[in-house]
Design a protein around this ligand. Structure first.
Ligand SMILES: *Cc1c(COP(=O)(O)O)cnc(C)c1O
Length: 419
């Protein structure tokens, strides 16, 4: 798989897509919640989607629209919907596509919020699920054969850092005409699943896409629906056929707007989308640098950590995911690495000794961040779930930022030496 990203290309694309050449160079914000219609005929046209103008901000806003077109383009997609948060994007897609009695296949480890959405909330609404390891292709294929409605996975396991064979999973989902959604939060620009045949990509734009931690947000990006033989026309999606036949290429948008956004209201707000665009302008520059920094910090810690503290990152030859990193993620697999201190007590001492790195539950920030896993995000999870997600008592998740990687490594080394 040739998966190299031309960061120079995206630097040019993003600064010019976010900015304007004429008039106000920065994006303008349209904060209005409601929009006046020219006349009764125009109102009718807007409601039936034959006139493309804003209806009411819960179902779309021009500032969100700008962000949506920018993200759709850099992801290689056809259309997008900006949401109030990353969980908003994931829950929008799940509630738009799934009915009570449907089954969801979840491959690999998941962000805690997605895991509880699937296991608790969607389960309460009658959606069943199964989870499997990224390389359990027997389970994946058997489940697809059974007629599962949707497959979801993350581009990089968080915090396990397992790397899936993205292309192989997408190909299987296409073979069995099953909608596949990939959470690409950790790897914008590094991995572009829609160009590999995926149906839906979701992001928490709160993370890498913004980088500045000034805006909570999410985006779902969609491919174009095929004019003939699209998988959405498979009998298992029969409740979508009316929309697909009427709306054609752009059907993913009304599917999500009419079956989720309109009724649940997980819509982005204009100010949040504006702040997200401020981040997106420099996304390629930051992704390139942060991924270089992660590999440098991992290498320094691998070399210098004392006995009893271990760093895990797929760039290290010791990682079980190293071969897939080299072949499929040659420019990096996102901002995360993990540190194993052995026990919770030692992990707490380590974290409390940090001087530069910030303790928080976020990832993908311009600053380097760290968090103990079992006492925070995974505190409510039972032993079996933790084991599956690769979370154990001594584990610290780290998200590397833009600081000098030598300074960041030195901060971790002095903390390790304090143990
Ligand atoms: C943070 C995160 C989410 C959820 O995003 P929010 O913006 O916090 O709702 C989903 N997936 C991944 C991989 C994340 O890191």
């Amino acid at each position: 798989m040739n998966n190299t990203t031309d960061f120079d290309f995206f630097n040019t694309q993003l600064v010019h897509n976010v900015g304007n050449r004429v008039g106000p160079i920065a994006q303008t914000i349209t904060p209005s919640a409601a929009f006046g219609y020219q006349n009764a005929e125009e109102a009718e046209g807007i409601f039936s989607a034959t006139v493309n103008k804003p209806l009411y901000a819960r179902v779309g806003n021009p500032t969100n629209g700008k962000l949506e077109s920018i993200v759709a383009e850099f992801e290689g997609g056809f259309s997008a919907i900006a949401t109030a948060s990353g969980m908003g994007a994931i829950s929008m897609v799940c509630t738009a596509f799934l009915n009570a009695g449907d089954e969801l296949l979840c491959i690999g480890g998941f962000f805690g919020g997605t895991y509880s959405l699937v296991n608790e909330t969607l389960a309460r609404f009658g959606v069943t699920n199964s989870f499997c390891e990224v390389d359990d292709f027997t389970h994946i294929e058997n489940t697809l054969k059974r007629g599962v409605k949707m497959v979801i996975f993350e581009s990089v396991g968080n915090p396990s850092l397992t790397l899936p064979d993205v292309q192989r999973i997408i190909n299987l989902c296409n073979q069995y005409e099953t909608v596949v959604m990939i959470d690409n939060t950790a790897t914008p620009l590094l991995l572009r699943p829609l160009t590999m045949g995926a149906d839906i990509v979701v992001h928490s734009s709160t993370k890498n896409m913004s980088g500045h931690s000034a805006a909570l947000g999410g985006v779902a990006v969609f491919r174009a629906v095929k004019e003939e033989g699209d998988k959405l026309l498979n009998a298992k999606y029969k409740d979508l056929h009316k929309i697909v036949k009427k709306m054609g290429k752009k059907a993913f948008i009304p599917i999500c707007k009419k079956r989720a956004i309109r009724d649940f209201g997980m819509t982005a707000n204009a100010f949040g989308s504006f702040m997200t665009m401020v981040g997106v302008e420099t996304l390629a520059l930051r992704v390139e640098r942060i991924n270089q920094n992660v590999a440098k910090v991992a290498a320094l810690l691998d070399e210098k950590f004392p006995e009893g503290v271990r760093v895990n990152h797929p760039s290290l030859a010791s990682s079980p995911d190293h071969a897939r990193y080299v072949s499929d993620f040659p420019q990096g697999c996102g901002p995360l690495l993990s540190i194993d201190c052995g026990t919770k007590e030692r992990a707490f001492t380590f974290l409390n000794a940090l001087k530069l790195v910030i303790l928080t539950a976020n990832i993908g920030d311009n600053r380097s961040l760290a968090l103990h896993m079992t006492s925070t995000i995974y505190a409510d999870f039972d032993e079996e779930a933790r084991k599956f997600l690769g979370v154990h008592e001594g584990l610290i998740r780290v998200s590397i930022g833009l600081e000098n990687p030598v300074s960041v490594a030195e901060d971790f080394l002095q903390a390790a030496n304090a143990l």
